[in-house]
Design a protein around this ligand. Sequence first.
Ligand SMILES: Cc1cc2nc3c(=O)[nH]c(=O)nc-3n(C[C@H](O)[C@H](O)[C@H](O)COP(=O)(O)O)c2cc1C
Length: 457
Amino acid sequence: MGSKHGNTVVSFRNPAPRSVVAIRARDRGISMRPGEALALLNLTLPPLSGERRRLAAAHTIAEFRSIARRRLPRSVFDYVDGGANEEHSLRGNASAIRAWQFHPRALVDVTDATTATTILGHPAAAPIGFAPTGYTRMISPLGEPAVAAAAARCGLPYVLSTMATTSLEDLARDPGAGETDRWFQLYVWKDRRVTHDLIQRAADNGYRVLEIAIDTAVSGMRVRDVRNGFTIPPQLTPGSVLDIGLKPNYWMGMLRSPALEFANVSGGTAGSDEPGGFTIDNISQQFDPAVSWDDIADIRERWHGKLVVKGPLGPDDAVRAQELGVDGVHLSNHGGRQLDRTVAPIDLVAPVRAAVGPEFSVFVDSGFSHGDDIAVALALGADAVFVGRAYLWGLVAAGAAGVARVGSLLTTELRRAMQLLGVTSVEQLRAHGASLVQRSAGSAAPHTVTARTGHTP
Ligand SMILES: Cc1cc2nc3c(=O)[nH]c(=O)nc-3n(C[C@H](O)[C@H](O)[C@H](O)COP(=O)(O)O)c2cc1C
């Protein structure tokens, strides 16, 4: 016979006659099988598969992070986890979000609360998206296709990075990613033919939204990577040889999977065809530090789908993007990985919303790791929140199932926050936002981000 406990089927083909519970029950003249005794005790046995066990153990994004920390080599974990310079932005992002407190509405019927929304005109199960992250197959060999498949399962958009380890063509062809709302994140390259080629390929392969990242004129200084001697792909050094013994599963996964490459730019007109072993620094030397608003105007003419600009944009820059016909801004400091001491993007949401009006799309990321965080951003005027590290931790913990669990965890947390706040829809949360959140008394006032007079050149 079998008995179901949580996700686990416990089999008792050979019931243990010496089971204490069973013997005591028999002594009292009660006939009870061991499986029934377990059910009575409400005993849940841990799942046997490693992936399912890890999923069952992770109840928060912080727990997914702890699992990823145990499974990844130190240098790879630090590459994902770390920020630029002294990591002020990295820490500041999270603390700025948590400086907001809720002030809920009382006695509202929230039975039918839903997180369903539209993001740039496309239906989404929640106002949440998976942000672009480079080198994903280095973090898990399942890589970008697993993230895209999970995004489809959750009904959330996924932004493929220019620096992906799966090409935009391969991802578009991947059966798991068929239904995904696929966006493409573009870096502007010194060789504009590379930029234009990527735009054309994104259009040819059905990417719905083009997102231009503008915060990477040069790459941020990631001190942890320098200290760890980190390269992409990871190299065999005395340190990593030791690591093979400590993290054999990671290294076996890497050895079994195809060689890592910057799949979107490793051939053809893509200027960077150096023979592998790129460091973050030398690949990013291909990005153009001279990128300007003229490029945004040029790309607007070439790209006929929705266009978003991603970076730490203040109200003036957001208005300028709007005037150029851009469809939305994605307020981001790259998760604290570029310019250190950048204003936390959560503190840009309200002033940018005030400057661009109610219809223009405003997205935000950097430091979000709970549905409550997302509720704060929506209350301040954002249309959706993107996450980077959170889904990467899910990917390391349990592949596509882990990413999907992160998506559903954030969605469930957001829905509960909405219900406890007394709102039943994303529109209501936005409409009542100003009265639903307040800065906590002990926190410093947010950095005041006001419109400058005129545009910066
Ligand atoms: C490992 C890693 C790689 C990233 N690669 C890119 C990238 O290729 N392009 C990009 O626009 N942003 C990239 N980002 C930034 C994310 O898109 C996003 O802005 C950031 O992760 C949000 O912060 P969070 O990790 O706190 O959620 C990367 C972030 C991480 C953690």
